[in-house]
Design a protein around this ligand. Sequence first.
Ligand code: ARG
Length: 581
Amino acid sequence: MKSHIESLLEQTLESFKQQGIVPADFQARIQVDRTKDKSHGDLATNLAMMLTKIAKKNPRELAQLIIDNLPASSHVAKVEIAGPGFINFFIDDNALANQLQQAFNDDHLGVTLPAKQTIVVDYSSPNLAKEMHVGHLRSTIIGDSVVRALEFLGHNVIRQNHVGDWGTQFGMLLAYMEELRAANGEQAKMELSDLESFYRAAKVRFDESTEFATRARQLVVALQSGDEYCNKLWREFNDISLSHCHDVYQRLGVSLTRADVHGESAYNADLAQVVKDLDAQGLLSESNGAKVVFQEEYRTKEGEPLPVIIQKADGGYLYATSDLAAMRYRSNVLKADRAMYFVDLRQALHFQQVFSLAKLAKFVRPEMSLEHTGFGTMNGEDGRPFKTRSGGVVKLVDLLDEANVRALDLVRSKNPDMDEATLTEIARVVGISAVKYADLSKNRTSDYIFSFEQMLSFEGNTAPYLLYAYTRVAGIFKRAEDIDLSQAKIVLEHEKEKDLGTKLAQFGEVLTRMTDKGLPHVLCGYLYELASEFSSFYEACPVLAADTEAQKQSRLLLSQLTANTLKTGLSLLGIETLERM
Ligand code: ARG
């Protein structure tokens, strides 16, 4: 409905251009918003106020002119001018009912699909030398949810798990793996399954033994020059490390597969060319033997230049170098229209610098959009970065285990008589969803406090609340299984039916907003409001005990559409629904 009104206004603006009311080359971003207060209609625009300067007319006069030129539409029941020159649109209830009826029979729930784009989404991307910890949680689940929504909207989405699988630390890890193999044979594989302690132990050896450190350096050099033995060792190491990541993805219900892994090492062969090309364009400078690029706009607070380092004095390449190569690949090989990077906000400067450099050096097509969709930090209850009691990093698996235990307690307390197998399955879903939803429902860019108590509450904008709301809506049909709905028609009479219908019709707008900026909390907020809207409807409007058969059928359709929207919405957040809990 919102896009329908937008298109009516666009047509009006076109006719204004033809009539010379505004210049023919005038560009405006037409804004249509949902009204807060129903007495102001359903949608409103400030277009008249936007045009006053250019059209040299007062806003109320312009508002009337817009209304006079507005193409006729059966969706609009009434238009009004309000305040200084807002135009309020009242949506026709029959048109809304028809729209919902159509949504009911559509795979996409009536959502209008946008022009198809190829979109690269860079997410999760852990460093393989380390176990996945809570810091990777946000990138993984926020990215995955945006990926799902983009695919739902029909885009060609290319997942890229840009894992950190290259760099000097690998020498140390390989040397340690080699040492363990020599002592214990294949046993070493097992040891690697706990990557965190493996890394720490390797570091201890590196610091305590100069022989070990020398071997580690030899191995890096050999690895980088393509030595077969080193590469085999390295592949084995990555394989074990990646299989650990994929266990976590599977447990989290994240859609990344091995085929999506395209890490730093994938660009090794392109790095020398990146340096050559920057050099050929006169962009490279020397700084203490390193090759760097200075861009005027990047300076410290004190005004010191902040270069991007492309190649170290010893010939080694850096994080930025592989990102430049990756951008070139994403633009020229994958032909992305858009690339989104779900990476910690603390890397904001890195992305600003490499994005502007990639454009400057023409490594990406000028029309390609590069977006660092960064996120804030997940903090503990003390407001400091999340740590274990002893101050260590919290492993993702441990966090999920605890969520599971707590969810089991919760579900058991609500269902003392439920059998163990059902309890376990429900607790698995509730535990994982609680962790995911708590994160997804916070604004991506803010820091947030991780709290089991809050995320497992049945009150407020939480996973248990929504999962429970879904079981309640779905439950209505269990009692209505024998009702034939094939001829049912949605009719919006009661105020609460209209409110619910209006909310349901907003699903498409919400997905557009969510995917435009990569903000899953927009979808979470919507689903929460939808569930609350359904509760008020259900309280005010008896469904199975409705006055007439037609009314009962219409309300059943509304309930069914609510259930479908909740289920689809949750699935786009990567959250499973339950039939009971
Ligand atoms: N491996 C990096 C880290 O753990 C994140 C990589 C993000 N993606 C990228 N193209 N730089 O910090």
